[in-house]
Design a protein around this ligand. Sequence first.
Ligand code: G6Q
Length: 547
Amino acid sequence: MTNRITPLTERPSWKALEAHALTARKQHLRELFARDPTRGERLAVEAAGLYLDYSKQRVTDETLALLLQLAGEANLGDRIDAMFRGDRINVTEKRSVLHVALRTPRQESLVVDGQDVVAQVHGVLDKMAGFADRVRSGEWKGHTGRPIRAIVNIGIGGSDLGPVMAYEALRHYSQRDLTFRFVSNVDGTDFAEATLDLDPAETLFIVASKTFTTQETMTNARTARDWSLATLQNPDAVARHFVAVSTNAAEVAAFGIDTANMFGFWDWVGGRYSMDSAIGLSTMIALGPVHFRALLDGFHQMDLHFRTAPFDRNLPVLMALIGLWNTDFLDAGSVAILPYEQYLKRFPAYLQQLVMESNGKQVTQDGTPVGCQTSPIYWGEPGTNGQHSFYQLIHQGTRLVPCDFIAFAQPLHPVGRHHDLLLANVLAQAEALAFGRTREEVEAEGTPAWLVPHRTFEGNRPSSVLVADRLTPAVLGALVALYEHSVFTQGVLWDIDSFDQWGVQLGKVLAERILPELESEGQPVLGHDSSTNALIRRFRDRARSDD
Ligand code: G6Q
């Protein structure tokens, strides 16, 4: 007889949450705040420079107690220890998941399979720092002897979204006489636009690819090599204008990049968890090694908090539990990420991959159906722009959209009243969502009866507000680590493998099959469905048509 773990939805705490949700769904945030005047201060927690106010989430002490019980029944504590220890918790790929080692201080050690991974990490960080300093100072020269002025990161998915997000987020701290571009899409427009105004003699390409076999990245890298050599004329120029970030030395060498200019990482770093590995080389060149190490320290402070704080005061755990409550018990299908900080404009896109590629799964680790909803859809835009577009739906639509507001007490660019206006808006939005405006209030304003339903806000729409003093490298690190660990915690509760991504495979395989069908000279025999066959024929027919 097998010793089967009780499925999540059959556990006592899940059943209790289901029963509790029947009454909780009817409770309004207006009542919860009226009943407890201290709620706003009580339901808040602070760590690693981040203050999380979750009082406007639709939870009570009982909800939180039951959710914490759920975490206990899922052995969350043991699973956290297993990750930090380097156990192979990515079960379908039989790998350790050790992004936390990427920010472990130099003096510590973590031995996995006989290797001190912390020592390896710092070896690469030192090499990155040496290189970054040489590029930043102009000591690293291009093939014609001119210093580098533009850095183009070529990568996709985890080898792009972290670097581009971090560059945008921390641009304030970047070396302004260097230009940074990011090419990811196999659409030639991406490369063409990114390099339109660049001079090959002053441009350095970072080819960032864990496998160094990814179709999009290798296509862009080859195009970049052709673009460079068309001007520089000498294959030796590749060594001065191309460096690689990869785990695959053989492919890097085959491409023509000197492996002395390769920055390595390891199979225990997942793509979407890699922005603080060598994949962050562009970030380090932009910010300099000192700021990059501050970023790592911010990650590490959140790691320490996650590992040691009791769950009822643990930011990532609380965020994860509340997210699960919204998804599985209040039927919310998405989460809006709303940074009130222009520099975080790519943060929602970054989180989309982190969260949805990690927890967009339908089976548990042993392959059985999960039995409840898993990852919600993440989306968002910086405030206040969203207020003038999709916030309408969040306030008055038929769907429940929990929001994560992110705001900073101090602006990076103090200009007149801008920052006060920004903060007034974020506070107003969270307040309006929670408390709304009742029919009676609208009527009391003398609104005509026919207009009252249109002007009424039911409220009771949940949100959290995340606050830090200022967007610094350390704060960004803590913020990313907060979401990483929240994703991990939800994966533990759903008992899914948050570190694989089998769902991206099928499309890749089919594209390999379709490519020759698009490119072949004769009429290929097409064996797809009638829709795909007709579309292939149309693309073939129209590709070279002038009419
Ligand atoms: C992330 C995924 C995926 C990956 C890209 C790029 O977790 O694994 O987004 O990062 O497919 O892969 P390479 O770095 O190997 O080119």
